[in-house]
Design a protein around this ligand. Sequence first.
Ligand SMILES: [Zn+2]
Length: 482
Amino acid sequence: MSDPKQTPDVVVSGGVVVDGKGMRRRDVVIKDGIVAAVVPPGEAPDAETVIDATGRYVLPGIIDAHLHPVYTDRIDTISASAALGGTTTLIGFIGAIKAWGGTGTIVDAVKTFIAEGEEKSMIDFSAHGSLCRDDLELLPETIPQLVEMGITSFKGFMAYRKRGMMLDDPELLQVLEIVAANGGLFQVHAENGSLLDHLQDEFIAQGKTTPEYHSLSAPNLAETEAVMRIATFASTVGCPLYLVHLSARQSVDLVRLWRSWGSSTPLYTETCIHYLTLKNEELRKRGSLAKVGPPLREQEDLDALWQGVADGVIEVVSTDYAGHTQEKKEPIWDDVFKSPSGLPGIGNLLSIVFDAGVNEGRITLPKLVEVLCEAPAKIFGMYPRKGTLSPGSDADLVVFDPTAKHVIRAAEQGLKTDYSMWEGRECVGAPTLVMQRGAVLVEDGELKANPGQGVFLPREGQGVSLPGESQTTNETRRTQGG
Ligand SMILES: [Zn+2]
C-alpha cells in the first residue's frame, strides 16, 4: 500500500486470487477504487468493508473485446447483462456504417457512442473504429483524430461487398499503412468476400436458401485464405494485426505455421464462445437464429480452437455479441441469406469459458484469466489498469464460486434480445460478486450498478508487449518488414 496507515475501503479476504501464471491464496486490499495491495491471508489491515471470498476464486474483471452495441440492445442493457456475467470492461465496434444506422464520419459515430456510454453504461467501456469503404477517403484525417481520442484499434472487412463493407486488396494495404503510421492495431474480418458472394449467388439462383446453405456458402478455407493474405499484407507493411473471430481449424493450423516463420510484426488472434461450443447443426435446429459470420463449424473445428486457446495460438476469447430479436432474425427457415447475422451471448462469456473450458479439462483457470483478462488488456492498450489485480490496477474483480450451478435463460439476462443459443444449458461455476473500481456491481445475481457508472477508457496504441514477446517499436517493425 502507498500509505500503510490509511484504512482500506475494502478487503476481499480468504479467496484464491488467479492470474495468468497461477493461483494463490491472497487477500485483495482496495483503497479509492484501486488495488492497494495483494497480500498473504491475514496480513491485510482492518478495512471498512470485508468481503468473505472463502472457497471462491477471485479473478480480475472480465474484458469482452468484441461486441456490437448498435442493434436491438445498446450499451444500457448490454452493460447490465455483461456485468451480471462478470464482465467489467467492454470494447464495442463503432462505425459510420449505414447498415448499422450510421450517419456522418466515424469520428462523429465514436463521439456519439462515448456520450451514450457515459450516460448509460453500467461498466467501463471503449470502442474500436469499424471501417467501411465510405470511410477510406477521410482516413488520413480520421485515424489520427481517433488515436488522439484513445481509439487505437480499427477493423476492416475482407467480405460483405454487397453491404459496402468489403475492402479490396489495394484498399486493405492503404488502410494498413495509415493504421501503422499512427501506431494503431488493425483488426480484420478475414473471409474471402468474392468466394462467399460467388457461392451465395449460385445457391440463390438454384433456390437453395434454407438455413444450412449459410454455412455451405462460407467454407473454412474462405477464412484461411483471407488469413494468409492479410497476414502477408500486414507483415509487409509492418502493421500489428488482430484476427477477429477465428472459426476454422485450418486457420488455427495456419497461424501456428505463420508464427513458426518468425515475423517480427505482431499477429494476434481471437475466437468466440459460439465457435468453441456450438456446431453448424444449430442452423438445422434453429434456422437463421443460428446465423453468424463466419458460420458455426464442425466438432473438429471446436477441438482445434480449444487446442489453439490452450497452447496460445489464440490469445483472446470474446462474445462478438450482436443480438437481434427473433422477429428481426426473420426469415428463420425459408431464406437464410435475407436474415441478419449475429448471435447474442454478452452475459455468458465467463460462465461458458469456465464450464466448457476449465470444467471439461480443455484449459486451466490461469489460462482463462489470460484469454479473458490479461491478453485483451495488453493487446488493446489498457494494461495494467485493466486485466490484472496488481497494486495500482483498477479494483475490477469477480468473486467466483466454482460449484454454483446456473442455467442460461434468455429471459433472465436483462436484454431485449429474446433468445439464447445456450437456452437451458446448465453451467457449473458462477460469479457471486462483481466489482468495478471498488464498487459492487452485482451481488448474488442482483444488479447494483447504475447507468452512467461506467467510464470511457481511452487506450494506448501498440507498444505494450505480451509475455515472451520483445518490445518492438513501429519504426523497427517497418524496417524489419516481414
Ligand atoms: Zn463482430
